[in-house]
Write a protein that binds this ligand. Sequence first.
Ligand code: HH2
Length: 431
Amino acid sequence: MRGSLSGDPMPPTPAPRFARVLELDSPGEVARELRRTDSDPEGIGIMTRKARIYPVRLDAVSLRAAPLLKQEMLAVGADSAHARGIADLSAPESAVVLLATMAQYRRVLPKLRRQPFGLKGVGEAVDRALTAYVSHSPKILKGLHRSTPLGAETRVLGVLNVTPDSFSDGGRFLDPARAVRRAHDMIEEGAALLDVGAESTRPGAAEVSEEAEWRRLGPVLEGLARFSPVPISVDTRHPTVAVRALSAGADLINDVGGLRDPEMRRIAARSGAPVIVMHMRGTPATMQRDTEYTDLRAEVFGELARATHRAEAEGVQSSALLIDPGLGFGKSAEQSLELLAHVGELRSLGYPVVVGASRKSFLGEALGGAPPPDRLEAGLAAAVLAARAGADLIRTHDVAPTVRALTLVNAVRVRGRPVSLDGAEADGDET
Ligand code: HH2
């Protein structure tokens, strides 16, 4: 029988009978949980970086680079997946998924920088994506006339359609006085920004002349610009309308054309106005004809990445860009749901993320054919999912209920402080 030094019998060693799987979304949360174990503070910083695998996808990694990449990943105890055809030399390139913890990335990335076959660029791209993904630093969105904070919590972009034919509220706010009253109400209800549009972009909508668009928009903007304390975005695909709107008091451009029009890029660069770059293929008239994607999320992500990259190369400040997956724009209901479920991936690009699901037909389809007035709850659920994934702005017609739903999400969510790959802030407090 075991005994203590004093000869008394040893008390039975307590053994844990229950184990709890932890849900820790951010490095900040991991660090806080580790602190509860009374770990050594230095150890907490190191272990925080080991808590979670961050899968990272790369496209078109060359035949020569992919095996070397796998070898480097294996050498740090991580892994990377690539096409079978890389091994038998039948594939010229491959999509790659890296699987590693932050600690492993930290060891492997400096090594990649010294490797040939484009691995230096791969290392830099992975570093940028991870840093952008885990950071959620609050920033100020500087509109041309008004600014607003973004990033600390998910906020609402209130929709005002001054159109006769928008799919859910067409004709309700064509009268400028009524439109301005609605804007006033949305501000009272807690909208962080307003989005005013004068052309319906519903699938198959007829194109409106720029003159007609401006005739609807001008008086409303004029009325709004006088009193609105919140930034006003103008939802237009037309450069001439964007220019007139900015000089009539609009603060930013919401371009459902995703800055594909070079004139729109020039206006953005020259004016300094922020732009929401939304993903869409074709135009509203044609977009539902092309809903074929080989790899939906990779393609939407890649197209947004190229659009923002081109805009920056032409002089648009990166701090002026926001991105939006364009739910329902040239996407089937199923595809919109997939994008919604994974919208947090867009954070890898480092721009604030905008999501618009409000009253859209993919919600109706998910509900078995519900018309727009019956899509409120599904729209709120979509807003909550997007906010949970880290979206910065939810574009919605239903401002008051969305603000209330997001208040809860914002209260529950613990957002980490900016974290760099060297983990300097990884054990810092949450904001
Ligand atoms: N959706 C619509 C219009 N503009 N802009 C962004 N950035 N994101 C969106 O999801 C988005 C958008 C479509 O909705 P709505 O304005 O209500 O309809 P309509 O185009 O028929 O006016």
